[in-house]
Design a protein around this ligand. Structure first.
Ligand code: COA
Length: 194
């Protein structure tokens, strides 16, 4: 009897992401609980990100080649919207805090479809994405959890050694408070799954 192929953690190149963009954005809006119209607005941005220096992406595929999770990022630097927003937030904190913005990789997106969450797929995406990144550090932003208990994303980031870089930050055009978290690289790759 032949066994069905198991889930696979794969590297995604620019063409792979372009081919799977609808699927990837479906994972994103489902994971974040956003309306499906958000996916339309993100298409151009995600395709533009593919062109950035150091861009890389990984995904989890199920046995029928359906995307269950996606993570991507690129080298951050001056002139990028996110860099400038974080620089503004860090300005009052002084040079030590601002040094987080030297030689960093921006973890831009990390999402696992809700049906597949809670089995370690997100952590393995995170580790696989960062494995071999040549930058000195990695930064990300994530919504603050407010009065709720920290959710799964926060638990994952803390478990993976991310520390506070900036808290309660307001990005231009978004009324929600965000945290910017970071850690030094390298980071261990995901253990092989049996
Ligand atoms: C954040 C997110 C990517 C994490 O992915 P995930 O696959 O659900 O989570 P993890 O890889 O951390 O799964 C680990 C959980 O599964 C459990 N688990 C079960 N089997 C496991 C295994 N073999 N290996 C590791 N963890 C395992 C862990 O105990 C852990 O439980 P916890 O969340 O209660 O701490 C995902 O939940 C998500 O997409 N959330 C919504 C979108 C979002 O917030 N994205 C980040 C925006 S910045």
């Amino acid at each position: 009897m032949t066994r069905a192929p198991a889930r696979q953690l794969v590297q995604l190149g620019p063409d792979d992401l372009a081919d799977r963009l609808t699927e990837a954005l479906h994972v994103y809006v489902s994971a974040m609980g956003y309306p499906s119209s958000t996916a339309r607005h993100r298409r151009t941005l995600w395709l533009e990100h593919v062109q950035r220096p150091g861009w890389r992406a990984v995904g989890w595929l199920d046995a029928s080649d359906t995307l269950l999770g996606i993570a991507y990022g690129y080298s951050g630097g001056p002139g990028q919207w996110w860099y400038e927003e974080v620089r503004r937030g860090l300005a009052p904190a002084g040079p030590a805090a601002q040094s987080w913005l030297q030689d960093y990789f921006e973890l831009t997106e990390l999402h696992v479809h809700p049906d597949a969450q809670g089995h370690g797929l997100g952590e393995s995406l995170l580790r696989a994405l960062l494995n071999g990144v040549p930058s000195a550090r990695v930064l990300l932003s994530t919504p603050e959890y407010g009065v709720d208990t920290p959710g799964r994303a926060w638990r994952l980031y803390r478990r993976a050694g991310f520390q506070d870089v900036l808290r309660q930050h307001r990005f231009t055009g978004d009324s929600r408070p965000f945290a910017v978290l970071g850690r030094h690289l390298p980071m261990d790759p995901p253990p092989p799954r049996t």
